[in-house]
Design a binder for this molecule. Sequence first.
Ligand code: ADP
Length: 634
Amino acid sequence: MSIEKLEFQAETKRLLDLVVNSIYTNKEIFLRELISNASDALDKLRIESLTNSELVGDDEPEIFIVPDAATKTITISDNGIGMTREEVISNIGTIAKSGTKDFLDKLREASGSAAQELIGQFGVGFYSAFIVAEEVELLTRKAGTDSAVKWTSDGAGEYSIEDCDKETHGTIIVLHLKKDFCGDGEYNFTDVYEVERLIKKYSDFVRYPIKMNFEVKGKDDEQPTIEIRTVNSMKPLWTRNKSEITREEYDEFFKQQLHEWEAPLEIFHVKAEGTVEYTALLCIPKRAANNLYYSDYEAGLQLYSRHVFIMDKCKDFLPDYLRFVKGLVDSPDLPLNISREILQQSVEVKVIGKALEKNIQKQLGKMLKDDRNKYEDFWREFGKSLKIGVYNSMFDNKLKDSLKDLLLFPTSNDGGKLSTLAEYVGRMPDFQKNIYVAAGKDAAAIEQLPQMELLRERGLEVIYLTDPVDEFAIQILHEYADKHFQSITQENFELDDAESQKVKAEVEEIAKTHEDLLKDVKEAIGGDVKEVRLTSRLKSGAVCLVTGEDGPSLTMEKTFAAMNNPLFKATQILELNPNHAVFKKLESLHEGGKDSQAFKDLCTTLYSLALLIEGVMPNNPADLANKVTELLTK
Ligand code: ADP
């Protein structure tokens, strides 16, 4: 086949553009990325050859690096699985990860250091080659086939692909270095010793030998000879003694082993020798993956048996709510040829998983207690996962109990500062019986709810539920420290202090003499409202909409609708403030007759406004606009 020219997918182009224009401050990491890909390719070949004997060759797996000053190149080769032509096109020409577009959009809006920080959390893998190279050639031959292809690109939107000769399976990547990286600038990636240092720094734990040619000077006037040496120690970090491992070594390990772009937030290194023997080296990354909550996010741990890699992404160790935890488990009690199916049934895996889950919960609890700032950083990235955990603990009280004290919520106290439930309860005044919560799109929206005004005045604190999952989690929790959660926008909400009880009694008296009015308001509004009543929960607000106890809240209704589940409807109750001037107006129009247009208009307008306050679009916004404009011009 002749040379074929192809275009990168649009998102890849944008990403490449960022890489080429070098947003990465750390230029060296390309080597780690390419070595890590080579190591993965060797893993894949080893795993495949377990079931396909044709792939078993006599060459030992290795990665070879050749820096070359004469050609201004650095070449990274492996004798791993290699790629077919189709695989090259789909793996190297496209980015399939969900969230990439969102990420790029966010990046476009950010600038300066914010952009730097954003890009820092987004690994670009193979494309990192373009940080240092003006042209990249990739020659690859898939194991078990006899044809090879050559892929070439300068990273500027296009790549070409053509058939080529390659004697053995595996991949060779040749980077034609930009001039800054051949010795003229700060770096020299054509220098053997500089590259050796980088391999030791970034890729020492790679499980396969990384080899290089070293020139050995001959004695006296003998010619120098070339010696091949393995540069990395290959000793798995997790087999070493915890006390001998530095934080830097751990950090580098996770970057290299798990393609992490930043040092992790928290590390777990566990050795156990009970019924099941294992070592686990886990981490919580500093940031949530862009696709953490998308279906293409692959959770799971790497599995090793006696330090030999068995498989990646084993989902059976940790529950789904810990999907953000990364790392590996090495256990001599698991057989080398274990399949995913057997793994699912394995008692050993269950024992290890339970112990790890407990360990993570415990360490998070400790972090919350000892290092609040760090825990809040964790929470901002992964809190949603723990809340999903609570939601999924419907039939698992033990899980619920172990998670409830790890939850944080913003509250009306101190401008939305995060609070644990225990802290909230600790601040509750004696007369307050329930834990007050309010749902809304964000803190600002909740603060503006008319229902908040009285609470604020009485100095009562409200927990803000701003994430769609919050209300669901709270419903499953049901109570904390024997106190029920009570939404301030639900029908049965009432304040327990003496003053509020007094106002409530007064309002009940007024209601008795206005039964007809309330009935007629409901009739004028029509079908959507279950009840219209007077309220004591408003101060300066004229109306508010609350929801019935039995059904979902309005925010939940919106969440359901967004999930294409429009059947879950909130029961709406419209509440009127009898002490507001508008109520007097309503009374006087009502005296003019319940069928008068003016009365009906006021009723429907008040209802539309109550909907808007809750962030719900009225059925007929144009009609509302007309009525309001009319009022404004009167
Ligand atoms: P990632 O490694 O995170 O998947 P990359 O952009 O680094 O992303 O690589 C994309 C894909 O290209 C890899 O998943 C792999 O399938 C393929 N690939 C990259 N390098 C090699 C290699 N040396 N040998 C075989 N396949 C490779």
